[in-house]
Ligand binder design. Sequence first.
Ligand SMILES: [Zn+2]
Length: 65
Amino acid sequence: MTETTDEDETCIFPGCDRPRVPRHELGGPRPHFCDLEEHNAASTHRARQATDVEEDAASTGSQAG
Ligand SMILES: [Zn+2]
């Protein structure tokens, strides 16, 4: 039996583990985000960039002495 375990059932916003909203009843692509309005493509992009900056700062911070 091939049961599709869709691991992408969770909102793709970094750190968010809320379930994605179901597909609109009228059709269309299923959103990759939960029902939080602040979780959208733009906010996710910013959040990921912010995370990258933090990681970058942490890796280069050891050079300061
Ligand atoms: Zn979310």
